[in-house]
Design a protein around this ligand. Structure first.
Ligand code: TXA
Ligand code: MG
Length: 344
C-alpha cells in the first residue's frame, strides 16, 4: 500500500484545523473531510459536493475518541456494535449531544458516527486535535455520482475545486479495501423502532443481529420518521451513462436486441464469456471481491461514453444484498424505462 508520510498527515491535519477540506482514504471509499466542529468547513463540504443541505454528513472519530462529546443516551446496543465492529465499515446513527452545534447533522437531532479501519484515516484523526476532534466526511464524489475508491477518482471528480484550493489536499493511499460505503444502522429510535438498517454494506445484517440478539428492521420507503439518508435515495451512486440491470437469463437476448438496434453498449458481467464484440469488464463471482472492484469498473465503463452500460444482475441472495442495493440505485431510472418499453 502507498502510505503518506507522517509529515503529509500532519500537514493535512493542520489544514483541517484551519477549516480547509482534505480528502482521505478509508477502508470503504475516500471521504471529503472537514472539521465537524467548524460550521464553515461543513458548509464548504456541502458546497463542493453539491449536496442538498438537508442531507446529514457522518462524523469520523478516532478509536480513542470520547463519544459523549458527540452523542447522548448512547444505548448498550451501540456499545456492543462498536466493540464488535469498530474500527470498521459501520456507521451508527445516535442521538446528537445537546451541546454540539454541528451543521453535519443537517439540523436533525441525530448524528452518524464511524471510526474507520484504515491506518491513514486513524493517523489523520490522531494528528487532528489530538484524537478528540471529528472529521465530517461524505464520500468524496459529487452528489449522486459514483463513490471514489482511489485518490485518482477524487482528483478526477474535483479537478476545479482542487485548482481553486477549495479542496486543499488529497491523501493518496491506493485503492480502498471494501469498495462500497459503510453499513448504516440507526439506533436513535430503539424504543419505538428497534435497530433499523438504513444502508446495507460489508458488515451484514446477520452479523449485526448475531451481536445484538434482536431482530432488525429495514428502513421502509414510506416511513416518514426515517432520518434522511441520501444513500437511501432510489437513484444514487450512478454513472453518467444510462445504466441498466439485466438478469442473467435475459442477458443474451437483451444484448442481441441492442446489437440489432446498433446501440453502442458496454457490459459489466460476472459469468465468463470471451466473445463479446464490445468493451466489457468481468468481475469476480464472490460478492466481497465484486464489491471491491465495482465502482472503479463502473467509472471505467462510464468514461468510454457509450450509449448504455449493461450490468448482469448478480443473484438475489443475502451475500449480494449490499452490492444489489448499489446496482439498483446506479440503474434505477433506466432499468425502469427499459422494462416498461419492453412491456409496451
Ligand atoms: O463508508 C462510508 O460511510 C463513507 C466513508 C467516507 O466513511 N462515507 C459515506 O458518506 O458514504 P455519505 O455521506 O456519502 O453517506 C452517508 C450516508 C448518507 O446517505 C447520509 O444521508 C446518511 O449517511 N446519514 C448521515 N448522517 C445521518 C443521520 N444523522 N441520520 C440518517 N442518515 C444519516
Ligand atoms: Mg455518498
Amino acid at each position: 500500500m502507498v502510505f503518506p508520510s507522517l509529515f503529509d498527515i500532519q500537514e493535512a491535519a493542520d489544514l483541517l484545523t484551519q477549516g480547509r477540506l482534505v480528502a482521505f482514504p478509508t477502508e470503504t471509499v475516500y471521504g471529503l473531510g472537514g472539521d465537524a466542529e467548524n460550521n464553515q468547513a461543513v458548509a464548504a463540504i456541502y458546497r463542493v459536493k453539491g449536496r442538498p443541505n438537508n442531507h446529514p454528513i457522518i462524523v469520523h472519530v478516532h478509536t480513542t475518541a470520547d463519544l459523549n462529546r458527540w452523542a447522548k443516551d448512547i444505548p448498550l446496543a451501540a456499545e456492543q456494535l462498536m466493540e464488535a465492529f469498530w474500527p470498521g465499515p459501520l456507521t451508527l446513527i445516535l442521538k446528537r449531544a445537546d451541546t454540539l452545534s454541528t451543521e453535519a447533522g443537517a439540523g436533525q437531532s441525530t448524528l452518524g458516527l464511524r471510526s474507520p479501519n484504515h491506518p491513514v484515516a486513524q493517523a489523520l484523526l490522531q494528528a487532528f486535535k489530538n484524537g478528540q476532534g471529528g472529521i465530517a466526511a461524505p464520500s468524496a464524489n459529487r452528489f449522486g455520482h459514483i463513490s471514489p475508491t482511489t485518490a485518482q477518482h477524487v482528483i478526477a471528480e474535483f479537478e476545479q475545486e482542487i485548482q481553486a484550493g477549495e479542496l486543499a489536499r488529497v491523501l493518496d493511499s491506493g485503492a480502498t479495501d471494501v469498495g462500497i460505503e459503510s453499513t448504516i444502522v440507526d439506533l436513535s429510535r430503539l424504543d419505538t423502532h428497534g435497530p433499523v438498517l438504513l444502508r446495507p454494506g460489508h458488515i451484514s445484517k446477520e452479523s449485526l443481529m448475531a451481536v445484538l440478539g434482536v431482530p432488525f428492521h429495514t428502513a421502509q420507503k414510506n416511513d416518514h420518521t426515517t432520518p434522511k439518508a441520501s444513500g437511501t435515495l432510489a437513484a444514487h451512486y450512478a454513472p453518467n451513462t444510462p445504466t441498466i440491470l439485466v438478469p442473467t437469463k435475459d442477458l443474451d437476448r437483451i444484448l442481441a436486441e441492442f446489437n440489432q438496434a446498433k446501440k453502442q453498449i458496454v457490459l459489466l458481467h460476472y459469468h465468463e464469456k470471451n466473445n463479446y464484440p464490445f468493451p466489457h469488464i468481468l468481475l469476480p463471482q464472490h460478492a466481497t471481491e465484486y464489491a471491491k472492484a465495482l465502482y472503479a469498473s463502473l467509472r471505467e465503463l462510464d468514461a468510454l461514453k457509450k450509449e448504455v452500460i449493461v450490468i448482469e444482475a448478480p443473484p438475489s441472495t443475502k451475500e449480494w444484498l449490499a452490492v444489489m442495493d448499489r446496482l439498483k440505485r446506479a440503474s434505477y431510472a433506466h432499468t425502469l424505462d427499459m422494462y416498461s418499453e419492453h412491456k409496451k
